[in-house]
Ligand binder design. Structure first.
Ligand code: FES
Ligand SMILES: [Fe+2]
Length: 323
């Protein structure tokens, strides 16, 4: 059995795609951070000119972790052990005590894109280049939208269970207590999956019709536009930490007029409700089993469509029975 394929999920642990490894504000110029994603040790640093870089964590010289004591020097990061200097492309550019830099003095540099206030890296288990781009979200950087409020969870499950939630229209009623099960339409456009749901929601002002429009851009990034209560954008990202664990984060922004949100109170209530929903979902995700051939019925909606879409992000064929 492929080492990466566990009993719980019939396919590799890591899908191919763009994944958030930090928020842009997590790291200032001159800072260094140790990270652990995709079962690997990584180091993130922002050089003195403000550009962020991601490298494998361990120095090829004698193996020190650059994330623990490494320091930014100009455009590079200096190893804490013997002071070799590595640039953002993973090339050794200086050894203070040697006359010659060994030709093979290179380490792996990961592709990094800073967009929408997040830092994304490209993961591909066959080292292929990106097959799609991280979208620019028009709300980000707009003065009409509030800064992000960020929430983060470590969940013992994988992204595909979490993203499947948006198309699983029935669970909204039984897990989250919506008054009806939403009407959900799904369409697929290459690496993009759009899901449009309309549902009745209970509010202190009475029942209203709310909308949730979810767009998945590959496995690592999902945006959710919530309408009906408050105009809210969520930027949801999930990044595998290891084979069993995912770093899930939601960043919320609310539309504001002249710096004041007309719906700030409602927006705050919505955020609270979304946190409640997340807690409700996590219990299910962490304890469920992934069936390749689930026993579906006619009211289940678009779960099959979602599963066909998500297979494109694995470079090995899905195991027998998963179709
Ligand atoms: S281990 Fe990094 S310079 Fe020696
Ligand atoms: Fe849910």
């Amino acid at each position: 059995m492929d080492r990466q394929i566990s009993q719980r999920f019939p396919f590799p642990a890591y899908a191919n795609g763009w994944f958030r490894i930090a928020y842009a504000d997590d790291i200032a110029a001159g800072e260094v951070k140790a990270l652990h994603y995709f079962g690997q040790h990584l180091v993130l640093f922002r050089d003195e000119e403000g550009e962020a870089h991601l490298l494998d964590a361990h120095c090829p010289h004698l193996g020190a972790h650059l994330g623990f004591g490494g320091t930014v020097d100009g455009k590079g990061i200096r190893c804490p052990f013997h002071a070799w200097l590595w640039d953002g492309e993973g090339r050794c550019i200086e050894i203070p005590y040697a006359k010659k830099i060994p030709r093979t003095a290179k380490m792996r540099a990961w592709l990094l894109v800073e967009r929408n206030g997040l830092l994304f890296t490209w993961y591909h288990d066959q080292d292929e280049p990106p097959s799609y781009e991280v979208p620019e979200l028009w709300q980000c950087g707009s003065s009409e939208w509030s800064p992000y409020q960020i929430r983060r969870w470590t969940v013992k499950s994988r992204w595909l269970d979490m993203n499947e939630n948006a198309v699983d229209q029935i669970h909204f009623r039984y897990v989250h207590g919506t008054h009806t099960s939403p009407e959900t339409e799904v369409d697929i456009d290459g690496h993009i999956l759009r899901c449009r749901s309309r549902m009745k929601m209970g509010t202190p002002q009475g029942e209203i019709t709310g909308g949730i429009d979810t767009t998945d851009y590959g496995p690592g990034l999902q945006t959710v536009d919530v309408s009906g209560i408050a105009e809210t954008l969520m930027v949801n990202t999930s990044t595998p930490i290891d084979e069993d664990t995912t770093d899930v984060s939601f960043a919320y922004a609310v539309r504001e007029v002249d710096g004041v949100s007309a719906t700030r109170g409602v927006g705050a209530a919505l955020v609270k409700d979304l946190e409640k929903q997340m807690a409700e979902d996590i219990v299910i995700w962490e304890n469920k089993h992934y069936y390749s051939r689930p026993l579906l019925c006619d009211g289940d909606g678009q779960i099959g469509t979602y599963r066909r879409w998500m297979k494109q992000f694995f470079s090995v064929p899905i195991l027998r029975g998963d179709d």
